[in-house]
Design a protein around this ligand. Structure first.
Ligand SMILES: Nc1ncnc2c1ncn2[C@@H]1O[C@H](COP(=O)(O)OP(=O)(O)OP(=O)(O)O)[C@@H](O)[C@H]1O
Length: 295
């Protein structure tokens, strides 16, 4: 047995190790990209179908095997059409993501200043009913979106954000894009989501926030001009009726790297705590509203 292992080990060259390592890395990246997306359910479905094909072949169930094989082929053809947004996002991540882009690293103080500034500005704009769309670029580069706006490159401060989104000023329409702790551009145009079943209250500003969070890993803070409510979108989901501390928590959990802890879990836990303390307060912060209108 040991000899067999030794013989096997002798046949493994450095190129085999690199080859296997690269495949493992790409499979891992694909897993990370698909996690928490609609495509994850489909991949599971495909795996079940593949298992059924193998079992039916093994049992010599020719008709069932023929039908399942045809179904697999059909699904393979339908995949790129149905999952165009996810595939686009995956390709963007590969092409413009971590692999090739130097990330802006902020120290803790810079990060906290930036988060505080955005949360302050969002709350003030909410109170004044000033609409705002603030996009945080993360691993996926948003160069294409930045090009649709006006370049700024200024340190993120609450006053600068308030100034940009002030009604009837030249830059207030569209989105601000933040990279690191700098506002890179304002007046940027974002893709609108085509998700159905969104609340009637959510117009194009909120659709744009959901859209960019579907097509990239960006996190977006939105302030409604109509109601003054502050929301955050991430991974195609919208979290509404947020208070200042919720925005701070969400941004910290996204940027400080508590990635094992999803936003949804964080909000649910927060809601539970509040509910235990004060039932009435919990009703005021019913925070999670998914695009399907489920809460
Ligand atoms: N594709 C887009 N990209 C960036 N900003 C957009 C986009 N579409 C709309 N907006 C912004 O949203 C504003 C219009 O918001 P609208 O009232 O339609 O949406 P809403 O979701 O109902 O927001 P609010 O609650 O603030 O009224 C535009 O003036 C513009 O600033």
């Amino acid at each position: 047995m040991l000899e067999q292992f030794q013989a096997l080990a002798r046949t493994i060259g450095i190129l085999d190790v690199i080859d296997t390592g690269l495949v493992a890395f790409f499979l891992y990246r694909i897993y990370i990209m698909l996690k928490n997306t609609r495509a994850a359910a489909l991949v599971k479905g495909l795996m079940v179908l593949a298992a059924l094909v193998i079992v039916s072949k093994w049992l010599n169930l020719h008709v069932i095997n023929w039908i399942l094989e045809k179904a697999m082929t059909m699904m393979m053809v339908a995949l790129p059409v149905v999952f165009q947004p996810e595939l686009r996002r995956a390709l963007e991540q590969i092409g413009r993501g971590r692999l090739f882009r130097k990330r802006v690293e902020l120290d803790e103080a810079e990060l906290n200043d930036m988060i505080e500034a955005v949360a302050n500005a969002a709350v003030i704009m909410g109170q004044r009913k000033v609409g705002a769309l603030i996009v945080f670029e993360r691993a996926v580069g948003l160069e294409e979106r930045i090009e649709t706006g006006i370049k700024i490159d200024g340190l993120v401060t609450d006053s600068l954000l308030l100034n940009i989104f002030e009604k009837d000023t030249p830059l207030h329409d569209g989105a601000v894009i933040i990279r690191g702790n700098r506002i890179i551009a304002a007046s940027c145009l974002l893709p609108l989501t085509d998700a159905r079943g969104l609340s009637q209250e959510l117009g194009t500003r909120h659709r744009a926030a959901i859209g960019i969070s579907e097509q990239s890993d960006a996190l977006v803070v939105v302030v409604s001009e109509e109601t003054g409510t502050v929301s955050v979108t991430r991974n195609g989901e919208i979290y509404r009726y947020l208070r200042r501390e919720d925005v701070v928590d969400m941004l910290q959990s996204a940027f400080v790297g508590n990635n094992h802890f999803t936003l949804k879990q964080m909000i649910l836990e927060k809601l539970d705590k509040i509910r235990n303390k004060n039932e009435k307060e919990a009703n005021d912060v019913k925070q999670i509203v998914k695009p399907g209108g489920k809460s």
